[in-house]
Ligand binder design. Structure first.
Ligand SMILES: [Cu+2]
Length: 249
């Protein structure tokens, strides 16, 4: 093959690889859009967290497509025969390499800033809560106290919808972890410390209809660890006031 012909053949491979990359990326993005990835979510924090995951998923599709397509093309193009000498030297394309470094670095920094920092800021925003609930962990039980009314419960965590709630979390014995999957919040309960986390439930619901609406211990704490959970029930503000006063369940 003359130099010109091999150059043409090379160009064909490059163009075909590029086209395959575009096709694989489009198919991948369609799959990402079509699949329901997230479990049931019922809070403002769940929305923020899920949105961040969605963005990362969209950004990662071109990368995984590139790796797979390059691998596939290399397999096909390099099949048959043993190559026992070096190929021609590869001239670097300064513009391409420079552009690649700048583009990917800028993207990475952008993702760190938003949704990274901006998302964290949103999760911790509005530091003045509408309601404070004390959460106490002990092997193998959760105890919830509503300081304003003095009401204490164990079997179920009852929360009002659309209120910014702060949990003050403590532990008697070992490290536990206060996790509500439907809210996408998780915070360690550490003996001798008070840790906090905030949540704003956005949907009414209860454990019986969605088992993600539960407080589950997420730190192995002994034989009762797996059973260290209670249901969560999100009710309207009026129902909550009634429940708090002791009239409801
Ligand atoms: Cu535990």
């Amino acid at each position: 093959m003359s130099g010109d012909e091999s150059k043409k053949a090379n160009t064909r491979w490059v163009v075909m690889t590029g086209l395959l990359w575009v096709v694989a990326t489009v198919l991948g993005e369609l799959a990402v859009a079509a699949i329901e990835w997230h479990p049931f979510g019922a809070s403002r924090e769940a929305r923020i967290t899920d949105d961040a995951f969605d963005l990362l998923m969209v950004l990662s599709v071109p990368v995984i497509s590139f790796v797979l397509v390059m691998g596939g093309v290399a397999l096909v193009r390099g099949r048959g025969g043993v190559i026992d000498e070096d190929g021609p030297p590869v001239r670097s394309h300064r513009l391409f390499i420079g552009g690649w470094v700048v583009l990917t670095s800028a993207l990475a920094v952008l993702v760190i800033i938003t949704p990274g920092f901006s998302g964290l800021d949103e999760l911790r925003a509005e530091p003045v809560p509408d309601l404070v609930i004390d959460v106490h962990a002990e092997r193998w039980n959760w105890v919830y106290t509503y300081p304003e009314s003095g009401r204490e419960t164990q079997g179920e965590l009852v929360l009002p919808v659309d209120q910014r709630i702060m949990f003050r979390i403590s532990s008697t014995d070992v490290i536990h972890s206060f996790w509500i999957p439907a809210f996408r919040i998780k915070q360690d309960a550490v003996p001798g410390q008070i840790t906090t986390t905030m949540v704003t439930p956005e949907a009414l619901g209860e454990f019986d209809n969605a088992d993600e609406l539960r407080v589950q211990c997420a730190e192995l704490c002994g034989v009762g660890h797996a059973r260290m959970w209670t249901g969560v029930r999100v009710v309207t503000e009026a129902e909550f006031e009634e429940w708090l006063a002791g009239a409801g369940g």
